[in-house]
Design a protein around this ligand. Sequence first.
Ligand code: ASP
Ligand code: MG
Length: 409
Amino acid sequence: MALIVQKFGGTSVGNVERIRNVAKRVARWKALGHDLIVVPSAMSGETNRLIALAKEIHPQPDARELDVIASTGEQVTIGLLAMAIMEQGCKAKSYTGAQVRVLTDSAFTKARIQSIDEQRLRADLAEGYIPVVAGFQGVDMTGNITTLGRGGSDTSAVALAAALKADECQIYTDVDGVYTTDPRIVPEARRLKTITFEEMLEMASLGSKVLQIRSVEFAGKYKVPLRVLSSFEDEGEGTLITYEEDEKMEQAIISGIAFSRDEAKITVTGVPDRPGIAYAILGPIADANVDVDVIIQNASVDGITDFSFTVHRNDFDKAMAIARKVQAHIGARDIVGDSKVCKVSMVGVGMRSHVGIASQMFRTLSEEGINIQMISTSEIKISVVVDEKYMELAVRVLHKAFGLENEPV
Ligand code: ASP
Ligand code: MG
């Protein structure tokens, strides 16, 4: 008998029939003798609808009120799901984040969980209830409703699992696990039985949308055993997120290929090579709340160098305007922008112990005539920035070149 937190995504609770199916699944686990806490998202499309409503009143909604509005999607699904679970003959009780007391900071629309009061949930479990807790939401010190950012119910589930020291946190979604890459681009992409927590963190931050990145960070910090599963299949073990030291079975060098489409690149040319220049360029960018990703500065020739960095495409215009202001100030030659680039990354803990992965990657891309504009590496990933028109091709040829469709031996 175990304590399991089960999270169901928006499509899994997208209509009444699906909510009934979730309730049946929950009841089956309960019948096996497990203690369960269930965390649903809002019905698919609902959070978007609520945010759009707010924007009809004002294009930049007041953040506090936006959270009041956006959090209601989950309040509907907890009630419906609790009723559907009762219909299966189990005892269930719904709770909003505030009722549990999922305490967060006051950063509306992107609040962070600070603590969870588990007493009420423990008491319910002891009496045989299945608590159904709203994902995505919490409450701050002064009682304001907060939300945790889009996709935040993953984080709610992981945080609950951490607080209650659950044996496993199961994330039920519309895919049956984590894949070597997006199967819509590479049909041969393979479901991974396991992936290490660090690899998952890279995959999530590099654009794989299976889990909210914060939930992966949380799971890593508190060592929550995490599993991604399909809510539409009855069998299947999904993908288990493991810790490297426990990893014995699957020993792939590369676990997956991630990509992000909406990148933009800015190059400051003819930059004087002297202390303080990187700060002079990136300081104002950071002050404007623009996230910078890949950064490259060349070795200088005659005291002059080029400095390039990437930002999210949404921030391109803003970052270009800032860069132009800085250009005059530091006496750089020019600013060149390209808003049509993307990033393709190979991720694998096996890179730590294998050389030549980068050169094989670069050769594969060159054989297809794909020009690499920027490169960045860490111990367990290599990312390249390329023209967006080559993105899908790059992912496909790399997947093939590294044989990711085959089960590692
Ligand atoms: N309903 C929220 C959203 O769409 C939270 C979630 O689904 O995880 O972002
Ligand atoms: Mg989600």
